[in-house]
Design a protein around this ligand. Structure first.
Ligand SMILES: *Cc1c(COP(=O)(O)O)cnc(C)c1O
Length: 379
C-alpha cells in the first residue's frame, strides 16, 4: 500500500473548546437548547423586507445565485457613494478574511492581531502556513495601536487585523485615530479594518462611508444589526486594485441567492436597522445597570454585547459554566487583560430577564462561597 499524504495538522493557536457552538455544547450537556447570548447574533431577526425577499427567492433555489452579486454590489456602492469596482461581496466577513490572507500573505510574512481577538483571522493565517504575531490588549482593555505599529516595524511590514469596534473588548477608535494609525505604520503593511459593529457607533462617531485607501480594506457584514447571520453575507470596500485582487480568487458561487436577495432588501430598510441599533443600545444600558446592581464592573461597549468583569479568569470561567448549567450560553475572552470577563450578547427582553435572574443567583452563590472560604480560613 502506498503511503497517504498527511494533512498539515494546524491544530494549535486557537483553543478548540472556545469554538464550540451552542448546539454542540447543548448536545454535550444533554440540554434541549440554550439561550444564545454567546455569538453576538441579533435577537430581533431579519427585517420584514429581508424576510419577504428570502421567501420570494426560496422557490428559485434550484438556480445558482448571480456569481457577480451585481445587484447587491451596486446597492452597496450606492450606499457608500463609491464606484462598483470598489465593492466585493463574500459569504460573511469570515469568508472575506480568507480572501485577503490568500491575496496578501506570502509565507513567512507576519500577520498581526490582538491576543485573544476574534478568531477567524488566525484560523485563515494558520491554514495558510503563516503564524500570528499577537499584541496584547492595553490594560484599559482597548486594542493597542501603538503596540501594532511597534510590531509591524519590527516585522518589516505584514498584514494587520483590526476589528473596530472591537470584539471581544467592545471598544472603538475614531476614524481620525485609524488615519493616524495608518500613517504611523511602516511600508509594506496592509490593514484589514473589520467594521462588523460600525453601525452600533453613536451617530457622531460613525465612520465616513466613502473613504478608501490603497493601504487597507474595510469589511462589513449583514450578520449583526441586519439579523442575517445564518445566511452568511458581507462585503469588502477597497480601491479597485485591492478589490480586483480579491475578486480574482473568490469562489464562483460562494454567496447564495437567498443571502444576496436578503442583503439587498436589508440595505434599503434603514428604518428597521436603526430601530434594532437603538433597541440594542437600550439593552446595553440595561446590562451595565444590572452589573452595577450586582457589584460587577463592565467595560464600555459600542457593539451588541457587554463584558461583565469577574476580576479573574477562574471566576469568569466558573460563572460561564454556571450559566451554561442554567441554560444560558455566553463566551469568555481567552487572554489577559480581558479573560476575567464574560461576554454577553444582547438578547430579547425575555432572554435578558432570564439572564439577569440567573446571574444574580450565581453572584449570590459566589459571595456565599467566598464568605465560607474566609470563615474557614480564620484561625
Ligand atoms: C461577528 C463578527 C464578524 C461577522 O462575521 P460574518 O462572517 O460576517 O458573520 C466579523 N468580525 C467580527 C470582529 C465579528 O465580531
Amino acid at each position: 500500500m502506498k503511503r497517504a499524504l498527511q494533512p498539515l495538522g494546524f491544530t494549535q493557536g486557537v483553543a478548540p473548546a472556545a469554538l464550540l457552538g451552542p448546539e454542540e455544547i447543548a448536545r454535550r450537556l444533554g440540554a434541549r437548547g440554550l439561550i444564545r447570548l454567546g455569538s453576538n447574533e441579533s435577537p430581533f431577526g431579519p427585517g420584514p423586507k429581508a424576510l419577504a425577499a428570502i421567501q420570494r427567492e426560496a422557490a428559485l433555489s434550484h438556480r445558482y445565485g448571480d456569481p457577480a452579486c451585481f445587484a447587491l454590489r451596486e446597492a452597496v456602492a450606492g450606499h457608500h457613494g463609491v464606484p462598483i469596482d470598489c465593492v466585493a461581496v463574500g459569504a460573511g466577513i469570515d469568508d472575506l478574511l480568507g480572501w485577503v490572507v490568500r491575496a496578501f500573505l506570502s509565507q513567512g510574512m507576519s500577520a498581526i492581531a490582538s491576543r485573544g481577538a476574534f478568531p477567524t483571522f488566525e484560523m485563515h493565517v494558520n491554514g495558510f502556513g503563516a503564524s500570528l504575531t499577537a499584541v496584547p490588549y492595553r490594560s484599559d482593555g482597548r486594542t493597542d495601536l501603538d503596540g501594532f505599529v511597534h510590531v509591524a516595524k519590527r516585522c518589516g511590514g505584514g498584514l494587520i487585523f483590526l476589528p473596530n469596534p472591537d470584539n471581544p473588548s467592545g471598544s472603538s477608535w475614531d476614524w481620525g485615530d485609524v488615519e493616524a494609525f495608518l500613517d504611523a505604520l511602516p511600508d509594506d503593511v496592509f490593514l484589514i479594518h473589520d467594521e462588523a459593529y460600525a453601525n452600533f457607533l453613536s451617530a457622531e462617531h460613525r465612520f465616513p462611508l466613502d473613504t478608501l485607501d490603497e493601504r487597507m480594506v474595510r469589511m462589513r457584514t449583514f450578520s449583526k444589526e441586519y439579523g442575517l447571520a445564518g445566511l452568511r453575507v458581507g462585503y469588502a470596500l477597497g480601491t479597485p486594485k485591492v478589490i480586483g485582487a480579491l475578486d480574482a480568487i473568490r469562489l464562483l458561487y460562494g454567496v447564495n441567492r437567498l443571502a444576496q436577495a436578503a442583503a439587498l432588501a436589508s440595505l434599503s430598510d434603514s428604518v428597521f436597522m436603526e430601530d434594532v441599533v437603538a433597541r440594542i443600545a437600550m439593552a446595553r444600558d440595561e446590562y451595565h445597570a444590572l452589573a452595577r446592581r450586582l457589584g460587577l464592573a463592565t467595560f464600555p461597549s459600542e457593539t451588541n454585547f457587554v463584558l461583565f468583569d469577574f476580576g479573574d479568569a477562574e471566576r469568569a470561567r466558573s460563572a460561564l459554566e454556571s450559566l451554561l448549567r442554567r441554560g444560558i450560553h455566553v463566551r469568555k475572552p481567552a487572554a489577559p487583560p480581558l479573560d476575567g470577563c464574560i461576554r454577553v450578547s444582547v438578547g430579547t427582553p425575555a432572554e435578558r430577564e432570564r439572564f439577569a435572574e440567573e446571574l444574580e443567583a450565581i453572584v449570590a452563590d459566589d459571595k456565599m462561597a467566598e464568605g465560607a472560604a474566609r470563615r474557614t480560613a480564620l484561625p
